[in-house]
Design a protein around this ligand. Structure first.
Ligand code: IPM
Ligand code: MN
Length: 377
């Protein structure tokens, strides 16, 4: 089997990290007998500052027509004004390829300290499954100045086109607004993904998160997830208000197995999860289109100040690579990479600065490659 992978090393330490991820995948390919062809694209903050270029339709089409997956390093907000790269690269990829699910394993790996005193790695081991294209991320927002304002807003989703005519009159005030949209198909597919994921991974419970008590559109979400839950007899279902979820993440993270959330709450919950699992060094994310092209990345930023020093831990990027291999059909390599990561951390001989050690980014990558070879039959 041969895979064509689009690589976006990104900016800051992104390129240093992604080359470790590629190194591990290349070893897996050699031992498990598949081939990988990497095609690199330059998009990132540094490239943007030099060229003003963001990802174009032509490149997106090129990837859609002949690639199996996308592997990203890190992006950061080094650009003037918020969100240029987030909107111009990350969100564009998620939208264009309809990557409806964000998969974020929150696992405290052995040998890693959690900020929650006394929690061991068996007690923090859950997955956040986030709807990844809708909700308040549909990009519909505006501002209105004092007086009369008329706006036209168009939103196009996968299964809908919406036009709002907004008529605003303020008296001595200005306002800003954001419109969120949820579709039945969008809610259903992420809910179904969460239950299927639970089934495949032997998890007993899915908890859906919302704020239906005050934000009306989440009643719709809750009804749809609840209906999907009825199709899965052996898996328990419950919902949490987002308020409860954040408190319980801190109080009893061991109670969670699979969490499914709308886009914005899912974003925030994943990052709370990032801290529970010991920080950005371990936060890997898959942006998944179950029937199409998915993208895999460590959770950002890109630690621009540390660029070129070779000291950042590449584990999140390597783990994202393992998620990618799992999705494209190389489950054996994927689970062996995760086992190798766990073994290296458990043994604790190779430790980067975040783990109070002196090893470099590439020494950590090498240790994982060596362990992969050692445990491979
Ligand atoms: C993430 C990031 C993104 C988000 C950006 C980069 C679009 O915070 O991957 O969680 O808000 O979803
Ligand atoms: Mn985020």
């Amino acid at each position: 089997m041969k895979y064509k992978i689009a690589v976006f090393p990104g900016d800051g330490v992104g390129p240093e990290l992604i080359s470790e991820g590629m190194k591990v995948i290349e070893k897996a390919a050699e031992l498990d007998k598949f081939e990988v062809e990497w095609i690199k694209y330059p998009y990132g903050a540094e490239h943007y500052l030099e060229t003003k270029e963001l990802i174009s339709d032509k490149i997106l089409k090129e990837i859609k027509n002949s690639y199996n997956a996308i592997y990203c390093g890190t992006f950061d907000n080094l650009t003037p004004g918020p969100g240029i790269l987030e909107k111009g690269v990350s969100a564009v990829i998620r939208d264009y390829f309809d990557q409806s699910v964000s998969l974020r394993p929150v696992k405290l790996l052995p040998g890693v300290e959690s900020p929650l005193a006394g929690k061991t790695h068996n007690e923090i081991d859950f997955t956040v499954i986030r709807e990844n294209t809708e909700d308040f991320y549909v990009g519909a927002h505006g501002r209105a100045k004092n007086g009369k304002n008329k706006h036209k807003i168009k939103i196009e989703g996968n299964s809908f086109k919406v036009k709002f005519g907004v008529d605003i009159e303020t008296k001595g005030d200005e306002i800003a607004y954001q419109i969120g949209i949820l579709s039945k198909k969008g809610c259903e597919r992420v809910a179904r993904y969460a239950f299927e994921y639970a089934k495949m991974n032997n998890k007993k419970k899915v908890v859906a998160v919302d704020k239906a008590n005050l934000v009306g559109c989440y009643n719709f979400w809750r009804e749809i997830v609840e209906k999907v839950s009825k199709e899965y007899k052996g898996i328990d279902y419950d919902f949490n208000l987002i308020d409860t979820a954040v408190m319980n993440f801190m109080r009893q993270p061991e109670k969670y197995e699979v969490i499914v959330a709308p886009n914005l709450f899912g974003d925030i919950l994943s990052d709370l999860g990032t801290m529970l699992q010991g920080g950005l060094s371990f936060a890997a994310q898959g942006n998944i289109n179950p029937e199409g092209i998915s993208m895999f990345e460590p959770v950002h930023g890109s630690a621009a100040k540390l660029k070129g020093q070779g000291i950042v831990n590449p584990i999140a990027t390597i783990w994202a690579g393992a998620l990618m291999l799992d999705t494209i059909g190389q489950q054996k390599s994927s689970s062996l990479i995760i086992k190798a990561v766990e073994a290296v951390l458990r043994e604790g001989k190779t430790r980067t600065q975040d783990l109070d050690g002196n090893n470099t980014t590439s020494e950590m990558g090498d240790a994982i490659v060596d362990k992969f070879i050692e445990i491979h039959d």
